[in-house]
Ligand binder design. Structure first.
Ligand code: G3P
Length: 225
């Protein structure tokens, strides 16, 4: 399962990239608004940092099919080849996906709450569909189950479309999708950091260091014996 960062804050992105194996970055208009900076300035900074091979997912904001296509062209021309244009999975969006697929654009169908949206997006040519796991849970449904149903629909029908699961509030949600072979998850920096935030892990590692230093001396490691 690919792992992406769902944030546009460059310092937080750099901090996660420093330690974790990351495949790219996703943003949406709300994430960009939180930063308060000019969108393309931030997005170009992110692209420069992650490199041209990493995935960068950026959302079209216009509501009409024509407007989404114009947004997509601008996003692609400013941000390079491995940029995925996020298109909302609404009627005007399905049409935009079909046209953009004819241009061989990279498309992520977003704002997915139901398997029916995912099915229509896959048929419209989306490379990824992005179900909102935690937001679905908050509506009283089961976000993990929705993602699994979408995966089953894609497998049963031979669609190559992958799932890019989004909207996570805890590591267990991510792990369950990993167990099911979901293609990708995009996760906020604080939730990624919480993957291994565990006193048992910290205490086990600290005990190894203490025991070794008792044997060999303070500050000793294998390298400086
Ligand atoms: O792009 C969709 C995803 O970022 C939503 O996440 O945490 O706002 O539900 P959240």
């Amino acid at each position: 399962m690919k792992l992406l960062i769902d944030d546009a804050h460059i310092d937080l992105i750099k901090n996660i990239y420093r330690y974790y194996p990351i495949d790219g970055v996703t943003t949406n208009p709300t994430i960009l608004a939180k930063g308060g900076r000019a969108p393309f300035e931030v997005l170009k900074e992110i692209r420069e940092f992650i490199g041209e091979e990493a995935e960068l997912h950026v959302q079209a904001v216009a509501g009409t099919t024509e407007g989404m296509i114009e947004d997509a062209h601008k996003i692609q021309s400013e941000l390079g080849k491995n940029t995925f244009v996020k298109i909302p999975s609404i009627p005007t969006g399905f049409k935009a996906m079909q046209i953009l697929k004819g241009e061989e654009a990279n498309i992520t169908a977003t704002a997915i709450y139901t398997p029916m949206q995912a099915y229509l997006a896959a048929k419209s040519g989306a490379d990824y569909v992005a179900p909102y796991i935690n937001r679905i849970d908050n509506m009283g449904f089961n976000g993990i189950q929705v993602a699994k149903e979408i995966q089953d629909i894609f497998r049963s029908n031979g669609y190559e479309t992958q799932i890019l699961a989004a909207s996570f509030k805890n590591s267990q949600q991510v792990l369950e999708l990993c167990q099911y072979g979901i293609g990708a998850s995009t996760v906020a920096p604080d939730v990624i950091e919480a993957f291994v935030k565990n006193v048992a892990i910290d205490s086990a590692v600290a005990a190894f260091v203490k025991d070794f230093e008792e044997l060999c001396g303070e500050g000793k490691t294998m390298a400086n014996l």
